[in-house]
Design a protein around this ligand. Structure first.
Ligand SMILES: Cc1ncc(COP(=O)(O)O)c(C=O)c1O
Length: 495
């Protein structure tokens, strides 16, 4: 039977509860906004009234049988999936759950090296062995991007015992691989396909966008509806289809890492975001795509600036491109993306999603207004007018793109005896922690990899360019395996 996507079962029930004037002798302690604090003063208590914990009638996310189940069924229908799980820990939680429910210790998983840190953490938690595929290196834009089909094909053929292939659809920069073909090949080899769709939640709602994981036939995907579809930050979904998914194992993994007090605000925001994108997305996304196209054309008129669009990425062996992203190469005028990112915020009150050495990235959604795009174009013109007369040297593309060699499994390295050394003494040591630039949160080195001088040079470069570097250890030190103790201790049977 066709689903009615005007319905919002969870949100409607929550609203009913919020308006019911029930006397609250349960948590949360704000008692649906019945106390005073600075945030209630600012926002009013309406949001707090919707922040209920687990009153009767509002169902249980750990084992939904009522309104959460109904809302999840509508979500699955909207995404063309058989089943959807609501997540209140972002796609970070979705990726942990997917990998941990598919790979046991020492089982292999094929994945691109430029995965989000949650995939690396899933390797530590599961004990899986990563088979990394090198992503396509775009030396013009200075980024690691999508996986190419033939590289995945090689990895699948060389590792017939791998459990799964993990694909990013799309990358942070909006580029997709040929997901359908990858799915067909992986399934032929009896491997599952699990998809990081953190940046692709809007794909199923316009045929002008790349295809989503379910349409491509993948087994599981996790989508950050909060990133591009308009739900509250941290609200994501995990969607599945087909006979390969072990729902008992998946459910128990999700419940292991899900809070027992999942936010009703987040869940309700998923319910209403699904209603909006399902009903309005097919009309509004083409308008947004047109707005983005016009904006790119205007930016291309600005001296020294150049946007990267679908045509550009297709010359870089990309399969598809999410046209709701705006990528601008700024380094030809002799300044970095980090400089422009900072200047746009400091001088023009514009917050971008991300900067890299050569580029800046704006992420648009159906919430983007034309005047906001006009403001971006105007500010970029001012920046170009300021720097072009300085005749700075264009920044050269990076020559070397290095990925560290793996020495041992991430889980083994994580549990090994460790010590701390200054970064400049870490050459040839084995990392016991991930070090990454945020955003995008893609690790430069992960536990178990050998730290080379090239890796340290990369880190130094990012540090000097003002990026935020995230790692466990601070102050110019890094956590490494203490080889002397480790050799006595390890026979790599740490399951
Ligand atoms: C490619 C990619 N995957 C996964 C994630 C994690 O998503 P979330 O922020 O919803 O936890 C991110 C977050 O930025 C990401 O960029």
């Amino acid at each position: 039977m066709e689903k009615d996507h005007q319905l919002t079962p969870f949100y409607t029930k929550l609203l009913e509860y919020a308006e019911s004037n029930t006397i609250c002798h349960d948590v949360p302690g704000h008692k649906l906004g019945h106390l005073k604090n600075d945030m209630i003063d600012y926002a009013g208590n309406q949001m707090y009234k919707l922040d209920a914990n687990a009153p009767r009638g509002l169902d249980n996310l750990n084992r939904p049988t009522g309104v959460i189940k109904e809302a999840a069924e509508l979500m699955a229908d909207a995404f063309g999936a058989e089943k959807a799980y609501f997540l209140t820990g972002g796609t970070t939680m979705g990726i942990l759950s997917m990998i941990m429910s598919v790979c046991r210790a020492k089982e292999k998983i094929i994945l691109p090296r430029n995965v989000h840190k949650s995939a690396i953490n899933a390797l530590i938690l599961s004990g899986a062995v990563p088979i990394f595929v090198k992503p396509y290196i775009d030396s013009v834009l200075g980024i690691a991007n999508h996986m190419e089909y033939h590289d995945i094909e090689t990895a699948i053929i060389e590792n017939p015992d791998a459990q799964a292939v993990f694909v990013i659809n799309p990358t942070y920069f909006g580029v997709t691989s040929d997901l359908k073909r990858i799915v067909d090949l992986a399934h032929e080899h009896d491997m599952m396909v699990i998809v990081d769709e953190a940046h692709g939640s809007h794909f199923p709602f316009s045929d002008q966008l790349p295809i989503g994981s379910m349409e491509a036939g993948a087994d599981m995907g996790s989508c950050s509806l909060h990133k591009t579809v308009g739900s509250l930050t941290q609200s994501s979904i995990l969607i599945t289809q087909g006979p390969r998914v072990d729902h008992i194992r998946l459910r128990s993994t999700i419940n292991m890492i899900q809070s027992t007090s999942p936010s009703s605000l987040l869940m309700a925001s998923l319910d209403v975001a699904r209603k909006t994108i399902y009903n309005d997305g097919p009309k509004q996304l083409p308008i947004l795509i047109e707005m983005a196209k016009k904006t790119r054309e205007e930016i291309n008129q600005i001296p020294g600036l150049k946007t990267a669009d679908e045509t550009y990425f297709k010359t870089k062996n990309a399969y598809g491109y999410d046209q709701t992203k705006i990528i601008v190469k700024v380094s030809d005028i002799g300044i970095t993306g980090f400089d422009v990112y900072k200047e746009l915020f400091d001088e023009h009150h514009i917050q971008l999603e991300l900067a890299e050495t050569h580029l800046i990235l704006a992420v648009l959604s159906i919430g983007t207004k034309q005047e906001d795009l006009n403001a971006l174009v105007k500010a970029l013109k001012i920046i170009s007018d300021k720097y072009i007369p300085m005749e700075l040297e264009p920044l050269l593309p990076k020559v070397k793109y290095v990925y560290p060699e793996a020495y041992t499994r991430p889980r083994e390295a994580y549990h090994a005896p460790k010590k701390y050394v200054p970064l400049n003494q870490a050459v040839d040591e084995i990392a016991a922690e991930s070090v990454m630039i945020y955003p995008p949160g893609i690790p430069i080195v992960i536990p178990g990899e050998v730290i080379s001088q090239d890796i340290l040079d990369d880190l130094d470069f990012y540090q000097r360019s003002g990026s935020v570097i995230l790692s466990d250890t601070e102050g110019g030190y890094i956590k490494i395996i203490d080889k002397e103790y480790w050799e006595k201790w390890s026979d790599d049977d740490y399951e």
